[in-house]
Design a protein around this ligand. Structure first.
Ligand code: ANZ
Ligand code: ZN
Length: 839
């Protein structure tokens, strides 16, 4: 064939792989095991280009590992619970289950068209009762191990989605999906005790050598371990207030005390003061997330109470209620040190409180004015007998002093909170508990699992259909046999994704997984996904794994040995202000004719604005549809594009020219295979060497996930083969290119392999062996020095005799210029490296 026709070849080989069951992982195999996993998708309806990039990377690695003789587990499934399905149910009147199943069928077909080497035997969706029933069992196990509890607590209430949101799902005070301003409500909620593992989760980060530093740092900050001092101030009303500070060294700089709006002291003051009460209401109306408090204006209410300074009894400090103090961190009260904490600085400036320097980088400058808080290191000043101590010395000394006086103690405080997993939603895993008036809240008997979702529900009214369902709730109490009610909350979908990788590794019917089977595959050798999961999913999965290990259900403690976060696929946007309200209307790249500096809409020939190159998203319409480009260019060109040009951690700008180039390269490779010449024989040492160097380099590149480099090397080798004369070595080089490109362009590779009479499927072939001797170059570069300076370099055959090197050195024009007629007295030759000319 003159041309490679993906329309024919793609489906042919996809079928052949299925029939040969190439990608089914055998846990019984004695080969070394590799578990390659990409974050499983949410079945939103269509695969988007970001998925294609993510899964192509994983696919290349999985196929490569297989060629290296590994038994590879490369599974795929669906993170199928969650709100979009319910939103679709409300908007379109379809059942969330049906909507989800349809989407899964569509997306699976799309993935198949890209030719991913996946073990579809292990596919599942988290909304399968077989999956979530086991999740219910694990939840009960966690409860029995003391890692699940219920607590009345203030929750973030999303008034549009009618549900409780985790703190992490509140972004700038708004619901992460609905964008509605979040309110506070009190509800009984289910919690997982992730805080029991705070220490372990923090320490464990140290072992994760192959995780991006930025991800580890984000987790570290999220866990937020801080060491400090908790101590009490005596108050003028004969009470005490406990505060927590990470900077006890700054205690002499304290100029006020502040408590949270929910603090008991604030509540007491409010009983006697309408003004205080109004101020507290004002605080509650504002957002209460840490991020919001950081940016909001610092406001306070002077209670009239004063506090005595613990180390300087002459000093009394005013006690404020302040909007920037959180009730659920530390003790809910702080000492305000304006000189060295910016929040306190802003507050003191507003209310005219003293701002004293107590830390100085230069001990001579005790009274250098402060224009902002200085958080840096230094020595103590204006701090009585502590003057001159370093920050660290003073921390220790002051903690010891207050401990000795029984007024305080050194303390570790964590930012991490227990994980609230209750959602007042239908489309999730029902929490397997039963409420009995006599017996309280009791776990459902394990034999009753799975507790499945009822099918006959309606979404016409907002709220949780499980609460409204006439029968579903009604159940007998497993303890006393009396009438009882099921829990109607369902689990946060992050629970579903906290253990799916275990179920991929082992899926018995009678339990969530088999620990021994899991041990064969875990930890995941390479996990690939978006950096947006740096905290939540990746922290929860680490916690869940550790919790199971703690209960003796698992050996492994860290689920993902190596993590890679890939960049996004981007494109410029096209838009125009239209209509009477001049709303921004966006157009797809296909609707636009792009010229040099400008673009026009094909429909009317009128110009459109060209926007920035940003992540492809439906709302900005700067998307390309994977199906369309695969139909146009075939799977291999699309895969090749996803790997080319940009390093995988960087963003990849989509371009028509880029995919066209990939398409041309596909055809170029195809023509090259056509040049395989059975009758040719003989050597081509240089090409042979290049071939072996490429084998080694591409292997290194793939292992380092530097796919763009591997691609560049294949371009290079292809060019070298094209230039070479027919020979046996050239034929071997063609075969090798085929093998090396096969993880990236598997369809073309199969087709050509078949054409060249290769045995079986290339998907099952071995990676070519490297002849190490051929990796060493036969040529060396020799430096020529004169008067201690480098004058020229010459490239010569390795091991060239001294006299020949001398002759070549003297023949150099640059050397002759440097000699300038001087007599050569001596030439010192270090073979293969250096010539030194002495005059
Ligand atoms: C005095 C001080 C001086 C502070 C100084 C900091 C700098 P991290 O490090 O994040 O743990 N703080 C304590 N409890 C608080 C609460 N409930 N709401 C708001 N702020 C609170 O933060 C600990 C520091 O944050 C503590 O140390 C306290 O201010 C404040 F130069 O005490 B510090
Ligand atoms: Zn009962």
């Amino acid at each position: 064939e003159a041309r490679f026709d993906p329309g024919q070849a793609d489906t042919r080989w996809q079928k052949a792989w299925d029939e040969a069951r190439c990608f089914e992982a055998d846990s019984g195999s004695d080969k070394p095991k590799s578990y390659v996993l990409e974050m499983f998708p949410y079945p939103s309806g269509r695969i988007h280009i970001g998925h294609v990039r993510n899964y192509t990377m994983g696919d290349v690695l999985a196929r490569y590992k297989k060629m290296r003789g590994h038994e590879v587990l490369h599974p795929m499934g669906w993170d199928a619970f969650g709100m979009p399905a319910e939103n679709a149910a409300m908007e379109k009147g379809v059942h969330p289950g049906g909507w989800t199943r349809d989407n899964i069928a569509n997306m699976k077909a799309q993935l198949k068209r890209i030719g991913f080497a996946l073990d579809w035997n292990r596919e599942f969706a988290t909304c399968d009762p077989e999956y979530y029933g086991h999740e219910q069992a694990l939840f009960i196990d966690l409860f029995n191990a003391g890692l699940v509890y219920r607590k009345e607590s203030e929750v973030n209430w999303d008034p549009v989605d009618n549900t409780v949101l985790a703190n992490e799902q509140v972004i700038d005070g708004k619901g992460w999906r609905s964008g509605a301003v979040v309110e506070k409500r009190k509800l009984s909620q289910w919690f997982l005790k992730i805080t029991d593992f705070a220490d372990e989760l923090l320490d464990g980060l140290g072992e994760l050598k192959n995780w991006p530093d930025k991800v580890k740092l984000m987790q570290e900050n999220w866990i937020g371990k801080s060491q400090g001092l908790q101590f009490a101030f005596d108050l003028s009303n004969d009470e005490k207030v406990e505060v927590y500070s990470t900077r006890p060294d700054t205690i002499f700089g304290a100029s006020f005390v502040a408590v949270a709006a929910d603090h008991p002291i604030a509540q007491t003051v409010a009983q006697g003061s309408a003004e205080a009460k109004a101020f507290i209401e004002l605080c509650k109306a504002g957002g209460t997330t840490a991020a919001e408090l950081e940016t909001a204006e610092k406001l306070g209410f002077d209670t009239g109470i004063t506090a005595r300074h613990p180390l300087d009894p002459d000093v009394v400090l005013p006690v404020y209620i302040a909007n920037f103090v959180l009730m659920d961190y530390g003790t809910g009260a702080v000492m305000g040190v304006p000189g060295h904490d910016q929040r306190d600085f802003d507050f003191a400036t507003k209310y005219g409180l003293p701002i004293t320097r107590v830390i100085a980088s230069d001990p001579a400058q005790t009274d250098a004015p402060l224009t902002e808080a200085e958080a840096g290191d230094g020595v103590l000043v204006n701090s009585n007998n502590y003057d001159g101590m370093t920050v660290d010395e003073a921390k220790t000394a002051i903690i010891r002093k207050l401990e000795a006086e029984g007024r305080g103690e050194g303390k570790t405080v964590w930012r991490l909170r227990d994980w609230g997993v209750s959602r007042q939603r239908y489309w999730g895993t029902p929490i397997p508990f039963i409420h009995c008036l006599k017996c309280g809240v009791v776990p459902a008997p394990k034999e009753s699992l799975p507790i499945t979702l009822p099918e006959d529900v309606d979404f016409k009214t907002p709220g949780n259909p499980l609460v409204r369902h006439p029968l579903w709730k009604q159940v007998r109490c497993p303890t006393c046999g009396g009438e009882a009610e099921r829990e109607t909350d369902t689990l946060d979908t992050f629970v579903d994704s906290s253990w799916y990788f275990l179920r991929f590794a082992s899926q018995p019917d009678d339990k969530p997984f088999d620990a021994q089977e899991v041990a064969k595959w875990l930890p995941v050798e390479q996990y690939i996904g978006g950096v947006e999961h740096a905290i939540l999913h990746l922290l929860y999965a680490r916690f869940w794994t550790r919790a199971l290990a703690h209960m003796g259900q698992l050996e492994v403690k860290e689920p993902f040995a190596s993590l890679f976060t890939q960049g996004m696929v981007t494109h410029e946007t096209y838009s125009r202000r239209e209509g009477s309200d001049s709303r921004e209307t966006y157009f797809t790249p296909g609707e636009v004719e792009r010229g040099g500096e400008s673009a026009v809409l094909k429909l009317d020939g009128e110009p459109v604005d060209i926007g920035r190159v940003i992540k492809m998203s439906k709302s900005k319409k700067n998307v390309v549809d994977p199906d369309e480009i695969i139909a146009n260019y075939g799977a291999d060109a699309v895969r090749w594009f996803m790997l080319s040009d940009s390093p995988p951690e960087r963003d990849l700008p989509w371009s028509e020219a880029g995919i066209e180039g990939c398409w041309r390269f596909v055809q170029r490779l195809w023509r090259l295979f056509g040049q395989f010449d059975d009758s040719a024989s003989g050597e081509d040492k240089a090409l042979l060497r290049k071939t072996h160097q490429t084998i080694a380099a591409v292997a290194d590149d793939i292992e380092a996930l530097s796919f763009n480099k591997a691609v560049a090397r294949l371009y290079e080798l292809t060019g070298a083969i094209e230039k070479a004369e027919p020979s046996g070595d050239r034929n071997a080089a063609i075969r090798t290119v085929l093998l090396l490109a096969s993880p990236m362009m598997p369809h073309l590779a199969e087709e050509a392999w078949h054409g060249l009479g290769g045995e079986g499927l290339i998907a099952q072939a071995a990676w070519p062996e490297v002849d190490l001797e051929l990796l060493v170059d036969d040529e060396v570069t020799i430096a020529i020095q004169h008067k201690g300076k480098l004058r020229d370099t010459i490239t010569v055959a390795k091991g060239l005799p001294k006299d020949q090197i001398e002759a070549l050195a003297l023949a150099s024009e640059k050397v002759q210029r440097s000699l300038d007629g001087a007599e050569v007295r001596k030439m010192i030759v270090v073979p293969d490296r250096l010539v030194n000319i002495v005059t």
